[in-house]
Ligand binder design. Sequence first.
Ligand SMILES: [Zn+2]
Length: 125
Amino acid sequence: MSCNKCKHLLDIQDLSSPYVIRECSDCNRKINLREAGDNGHGIKMEKGDQFIFPKNFIKMSANPLKSTVRLSKGGLEWFAKLIFVNDLPTKRESIQEEIKKNGNYSAYFQMTPQLEKEFWQFTTK
Ligand SMILES: [Zn+2]
């Protein structure tokens, strides 16, 4: 059901990329929209719009073929820390095993007692 105010707005069918849900202020109809933003860039949003990222739209992977985003240098650093370092403080007992696993992704290095001490100081800050 639509009213005179929103009858010109048609629900989009393809919900596989981001869109907004706009509620008509007169009849409360919820409309799925993807209108071009200013100068054709991005998606137009109005006050009260709900912005939707479809499930699985954003996939991050170190492998560009499995990723839907392109990471900047800073983003790549953040991502590497997130997947390789963030949960390591909880794996103190199995650190040697974790290093062996991560060795598949990085150049080989040996964890010396001094390096391990510095590592824990760095990751538990
Ligand atoms: Zn309406």
